[in-house]
Design a protein around this ligand. Structure first.
Ligand code: AMP
Length: 399
């Protein structure tokens, strides 16, 4: 079922509730560290304003757990958004209630109002019916542009759609869905997926679902050591999830004869996880007992680069090493640069890989950078995301 998009809806004079993802990282002093999520929502917000709608924006921020905590107020976001839009965006005192309703009543078409943090109410995450109704009562049209929250069935992402006739996806949401679908439905071969990060257990679902879609799976990062241990290598003090060894072996067996499943062949090992620790390059059968492997080595980088260069579709999630520490960041940055240099359609998802791409200054050379880490992984696992399904279902109900 196709999803209706914001530009297929009559917005003129309507109160348009836009669920955005303004869950931005904040510093100790409550300053916004990275405004990518705000910037990514501007296209939809501007579109609604230009079409004569009253844009009512709602988001969560952090985990206030149902309490009204000033440090989780969306006030810094209202300020940044005002600057980006070049107009004043007032912050409502709450996200429901009479005062908010009166404020919305006073809005003129083309104006923007930001509601206060949805998670100041426990009912949001509990997806409570009465709260969903209260949110729905504030608007005529519902637009979901918060891909990063689409894997959660909350009142503002799922419940609200049950109480409104007109629901649609924003431009950011549509771009996420369409791009990620390219990684799942008829991707162009050779298709190379690169998975890294800390744990195998977090990525099992993704590996399973990609197994019959990709040509090649490249595994790096901490998760590689559980696979190497499963193959019988001694990996010293490297990260291993003992309870995942059996499952990892199963995955390796399933891959045999079906796809190329490549593990690192060499590593940058260190005496401990510290930039000043003694380091050396080691091969799989030379990992010292008391050392920890913190990055892929140059031989592995070379092997992975060759696969990336011949790919026509690339999906990347998770760093190849402890890239937060400079000495162990080379593998991750080499992969990021290779993806940028490739002519394949590339998708990068997950907070750390996105941050690596940004740090490497090559974000503009990536086909699609997903704004939702958890949501993009669940999408690639082949799971149905409640926030997206709610839009699809509604389209089915009303045609
Ligand atoms: P994830 O959130 O699962 O993508 O994991 C990201 C984290 O994995 C980062 O904080 C990295 O420091 C960590 N990581 C990557 N490679 C290793 C490694 N070889 N050993 C330990 N941690 C790693």
């Amino acid at each position: 079922m196709a999803i209706r998009r914001v530009d297929q809806v009559d917005l003129k004079g309507k109160r348009v509730f836009i669920r955005v993802d303004f869950n931005v990282p904040l510093s100790e002093k409550n300053e916004i560290n990275d405004d990518t999520r705000i910037v990514s929502s501007l296209t939809t917000i501007r579109f609604v304003c230009e079409a004569g709608g009253k844009a009512i924006l709602a988001s969560h921020l952090g985990r206030p757990k149902g309490k009204r905590e000033p440090r989780y107020s969306l006030a810094p976001v209202a300020e940044r958004l005002s600057g980006l839009l070049g107009r004043n965006v007032p912050l409502a005192p709450d996200c429901v209630g009479e005062e908010v309703r009166a404020q919305i009543k006073g809005m003129k078409p083309g104006e923007v109002l930001l509601l206060e943090n949805l998670r100041f109410h426990t009912e949001e995450e509990k997806n409570e019916e009465s709260f969903s109704k209260a949110l729905a009562s504030l608007c005529d049209v519902y637009i979901n542009d918060a891909f990063g929250a689409a894997h959660r069935a909350h009142a503002s992402t799922e419940g609200i759609t049950r109480h409104l006739k007109t629901v649609a996806a924003g431009f950011l949401m549509m771009k996420e869905i369409e791009s990620l679908e390219k990684a799942l439905i008829c991707p162009q071969a050779p298709y190379v997926a690169i998975l890294g990060g800390a744990k195998v257990s977090d990525k099992i679902g993704v590996i399973r679902n990609l197994m019959d879609k990709v040509t090649t799976l490249l595994i790096g990062g901490g998760m590689a050591y559980t696979f190497l241990k499963a193959k019988g290598f001694e990996v010293g003090k490297s990260l291993v999830e003992e309870d995942q060894i059996g499952l990892s072996l199963n995955l390796l067996e399933t891959a045999e004869g079906k796809i190329k499943f490549l593990l690192p062949t060499d590593h940058l090992a260190a005496e401990r996880k510290d930039v000043h620790a003694k380091k050396k390059f080691v091969t799989n059968d030379g990992i010292p007992e008391d050392w920890v492997c913190l990055d892929i080595g140059p031989e592995t980088v070379q092997i992975f680069l060759e696969e990336i260069q011949s790919a026509r579709t690339i999906f990347w999630n998770g760093p190849m090493g402890v890239f937060e520490l400079e000495p162990f960041s080379r593998g991750t940055f080499a992969i990021a640069k290779a993806i940028a240099g490739s002519s394949a359609f590339s998708i990068v998802g997950g907070g750390d890989s996105v941050s690596a791409v940004n740090q490497a200054g090559i974000a503009d050379q990536i086909g699609h950078i997903s704004t939702g880490g958890g949501a993009s992984l669940e999408f690639i696992e082949g799971r149905k995301l409640p926030g997206i399904e709610a839009l699809r279902k509604k389209r089915g109900e009303i045609g």
